[in-house]
Each structure stands twice: as structure tokens, then as C-alpha cells.
Write a protein that binds this ligand. Structure first.
Ligand code: ZN
Length: 132
């Protein structure tokens, strides 16, 4: 993800991304947002939803430990993982974002599908043409 969008997420959600420049022995967040710009909107909405729930006390505070693309899917990990991080609502929101990413071009954010472009990636028709 380009620097400008990375910075924007860290500015908007400083609590969630407090490990953004953490030690790589402690967090994978030091690598930044390891996915395309097209998923920015999905990640931004997910973080806004989480931040709102934390603010109103419906969810324990959450620190993100890794955001990346893997095998064409969005991965969004939090400190404590599935068992000890967040609550059921946190995991529901993350799952919803992952489902949205399955149909959103990782390059441009337009509707897309999982394609084989040498590796599995979610792409719209135009971006799929470009990656050939
Ligand atoms: Zn696209």
C-alpha cells in the first residue's frame, strides 16, 4: 500500500496501529500494510467500526499486529489473536471485511474476482489485463 494511505490509517486509528513502527521481534505491523491500495477502503471501514465499538465500550481495545494479502485474501490479525484479542463482534467485523475483500480488486477497489495471475489475486478485468 502506498505511503500516503499507510500514514492516513495510522493517523486516523493511532490506538489500533500503535505497533506500526514496533520492533519486528514483537509485531509484524512494522512491515506496514502488505496489500494493494484497492483494499484501503475496506480496511478504513473496518478500523472505523472497531474504533467506534471500542469508544462506546462494546469492545475491548484492540491492537493490530499484521495486515497483509495472502493467497489473494485479506488477513487482519490482532494482538492476542482469535482467543485473547477483541471479542465476538471484533471477529465478526474482521470476517466481514475479509469477505468484502474477496470481491474487491486489490489494485483499484472496483468489483473483482479471485484470478490466477501467476499467483491467486483478486482483480477487476482491467487490472487483470495489466498484470499479464
Ligand atoms: Zn482493478
Amino acid at each position: 500500500m502506498r505511503q500516503e494511505l499507510d500514514d492516513l490509517l495510522c493517523q486516523r486509528y493511532p490506538e489500533l496501529f500503535r505497533d506500526r513502527h514496533g520492533d519486528r521481534a514483537q509485531t509484524s505491523m512494522c512491515w506496514g500494510f502488505a496489500c494493494g491500495d484497492g483494499w484501503f477502503g475496506i480496511i478504513d471501514r473496518l478500523c472505523a467500526d472497531i474504533a467506534a465499538q471500542v469508544r462506546t465500550g462494546k469492545m475491548p481495545s484492540v491492537v493490530v499486529s499484521q495486515v497483509k494479502e495472502k493467497s489473494g485474501t485479506l488477513r487482519f490479525y490482532i494482538r492476542g489473536g482469535y482467543l485473547h484479542g477483541g471479542n465476538a463482534q471484533t471477529h465478526r467485523l474482521i470476517e466481514l471485511a475479509q469477505q468484502q475483500a474477496q470481491h474487491t480488486c486489490e489494485e483499484c477497489g472496483q468489483p473483482g474476482v479471485l484470478l490466477d495471475v501467476g499467483v491467486p489475486r483478486v482483480r477487476c478485468a482491467a487490472c487483470a489485463m495489466e498484470s499479464r
